[in-house]
Design a protein around this ligand. Structure first.
Ligand code: ASP
Length: 296
């Protein structure tokens, strides 16, 4: 099994409205960071890659996040370790530049899976991961320079021991109600990992992804199908159920890695032992992308 890390930067319909070069640099750079950590574990690789995207300010996650309906930034993130499996998540946190790091702490240092609001922020503070973000540091303040529609981030990875992991992080839907929580911190919805199956990260409209438990729906098919097939089947199920979907799914298993998409575009990047690439996946060319991803 060759180690691999695969990232997404959210699915949407915003082609032409964004600075693809900036996204490309950020997502590929973060995939490389993640890949370097694969020697430690798939878990550390996805945490590193997602934290890097949160820090980049380029995506709707971490310091780049969209504000809610009252102009506040509330962040959700989850991480899952295929060994165990076990998961940790935080939801609706403020002033936490890298919520995926706090999600890992929830997983490893508390008896819980999901921690929200002030006690999640307190945990972040205790670990030096809380920072009163100055006005303008969050996506709200960067809004003028940021392009419309930049999106949720996620990563899946497999390491040299065959272990898998997944992580997803978001500022949620732009203009969401205060205290709304989407799929991204919910195991089985926004992400899933189990060494017996594989790992998945999802993006799209959380209210739809949660109803279908889209990441688990992909994962449970990974024992029989290639990741590209499992992810595309679930992307199509989402479309059949809800009409236009904006759902993007990335998946990795012992059979390879792949993408499922029922949105117009989704930036992805992959780094593995034999090479690396990043690109803007389009609905119509998912198979070609899957072919490239299936190489390893
Ligand atoms: N799934 C995220 C949410 O609903 C948003 C996204 O993936 O763009 O919070």
């Amino acid at each position: 099994m060759k180690p691999l890390v695969l990232l997404h930067g959210g699915a949407g319909s915003w082609r032409g409205k964004v600075d693809w070069d900036a996204i490309d640099r950020a997502i590929l750079g973060c995939a490389r960071h993640g890949f370097r950590e694969l020697a430690s574990s798939a878990l550390t690789a996805v945490e590193t890659a997602v934290s890097c995207m949160e820090d980049s300010g380029v995506f709707n996650a971490g310091v780049g996040a969209h504000p809610n309906a009252i102009g506040e930034v509330e962040l959700d993130a989850g991480i899952m370790d295929g060994r165990g499996p076990r998961a940790g998540a935080v939801a609706c946190v403020k002033n936490v530049p890298s919520p995926v790091r706090v999600a890992r702490i929830v997983m490893e240092e508390t008896p819980h899976v999901l921690l929200v609001c002030s006690y999640a922020e307190r945990l972040a503070r205790e670990h030096g991961l809380w920072r009163s973000l100055r006005s303008g540091e969050h996506g709200l303040g960067r809004g003028n320079s940021r392009s419309e529609g930049l999106d949720t981030v996620g990563a899946v990875a497999v390491d040299g021991t065959g272990s898998v992991a997944a992580a997803t992080s978001t500022g949620g839907l732009p203009g969401k109600m205060p205290c709304r929580v989407g799929d991204s911190p919910i195991p089985g919805a926004g992400y899933y990992a189990d060494d017996r199956l594989g790992a998945v990260s999802a993006t799209g409209i959380g209210e739809k992804i949660m109803i279908k438990l889209a990441s688990y729906e992909v994962a449970r098919r990974l024992s029989d199908l290639k990741p590209s097939e499992a992810a595309q089947i679930v992307a199509e199920l989402m479309e059949d159920e809800f009409g236009s979907g904006n759902t993007g799914l990335i998946a990795v298993s012992m059979r390879g890695a792949g993408v499922g998409l029922n949105a117009k575009v989704m930036p992805i990047a992959a780094v593995h032992a034999d090479g690396e690439f990043s690109r803007l996946v389009e609905e119509g060319d998912v198979e070609i992308v899957n072919g490239r991803l299936d190489l390893y």
